[in-house]
Design a protein around this ligand. Structure first.
Ligand SMILES: Nc1ncnc2c1ncn2[C@@H]1O[C@H](COP(=O)(O)OP(=O)(O)OP(=O)(O)O)[C@@H](O)[C@H]1O
Ligand SMILES: [Mg+2]
Length: 265
């Protein structure tokens, strides 16, 4: 973690979409590693009990090692943060028991502040340029309280029919958290279009439709559908490491630059 500077403030980004299989985890893993390759320090927080970001970063999910005991007050966040094989990327892993946190945290009083309280401890130490949270595909407590703690949300969308369906659910949640005073500063960092298939008109049509709606919020970089991206997780590697020259990896490296620029880094 050589680039750490005293007193800097981490940017906290939640990668979210309540739809399943839209490239959230793939984006978290490859964005985090790309940012680290560019010299930034990154903490990934895996908020999905499926633990795909954990295993995708080459870390084996382990019973008891997740945000769960931290959220319930029985572990210190500093003891849960793990290194990954990728320099500059640390991880708060997930494992299946994290599903229990939904119930446990909901039972506690101000559950919306649960993730924010944990992050406050990490932010105090001020070690990371970026904290990137991989949200589960649901509108549960974990996703909501991670949005309550984030500076901004990055929405991933698959280039397919009905991509926009349900998007208003997430944008109105952002609005509610902002206007209700839970997180007045929350912004939409951007919308990343993934799994673009150049062989079909459909992908281009979907991008045009989303751009028509959201304009410049949609990143210029579009992630292509690329089989190497889907193979990389079974090797516990981000695609940008597994096959740095494949089209998908190159797109994620370009995206990371666009992302950092948008963050003013
Ligand atoms: N650009 C891509 N090209 C090819 N396959 C991809 C691409 N992006 C993601 N995939 C594959 O699509 C599947 C879903 O991606 P991913 O797990 O990133 O989505 P997710 O939104 O995190 O899903 P969930 O909602 O279940 O957490 C995975 O098998 C992944 O390997
Ligand atoms: Mg996922």
């Amino acid at each position: 973690m050589s680039t750490a500077e005293a007193g800097k403030r981490s940017r906290v980004i939640a990668v979210a979409n309540q739809k399943g299989g839209v490239g959230k985890t793939t984006t978290v893993v490859n964005l985090a590693t790309s940012l680290a390759l560019d010299g930034y320090t990154v903490l990934v927080i895996d908020l999905d009990p499926q633990a795909n970001a954990t295993s995708g970063l080459g870390v084996d999910p382990q019973p008891g090692v997740s945000l769960y005991p931290v959220l319930t007050g029985s572990a210190d966040v500093a003891d849960i943060i793990q290194p990954t094989p990728y320099e500059g990327v640390n991880l708060i892993p997930a494992e299946i028991d994290l599903a229990g946190a939904e119930v446990e945290v909901a039972r506690s009083g101000d559950h919306l502040q649960a993730v924010r309280r944990v992050l406050a401890r990490v932010l105090e130490a001020s070690v990371y340029d970026f904290i990137i949270m991989d949200c589960p595909p649901s509108l549960g407590i974990l996703m909501t309280s991670s949005l309550a703690a984030a500076d901004s949300i990055l929405i991933t969308m698959q280039c397919e029919y009905y991509a926009m369906e349900g998007l208003s659910v997430i944008t109105s949640l952002v609005e509610r958290l902002r206007q209700g005073g839970v997180n007045p500063g929350l912004t939409v960092q951007g919308i990343l279009m993934t799994m673009f298939d150049a062989r079909t008109n459909l992908s281009s049509d979907v991008i045009n439709e989303v751009r028509g709606h959201f304009g410049d919020l949609v990143y210029e970089t579009v992630i292509p559908r690329n089989v190497r991206i889907s193979e990389a997780p079974s090797f516990g590697q981000p695609a940008v490491v597994f096959d740095p020259l494949c089209r998908g990896a190159v797109a994620y490296r370009v995206f990371a630059e666009e992302f950092a620029q948008r963050e003013g880094k």
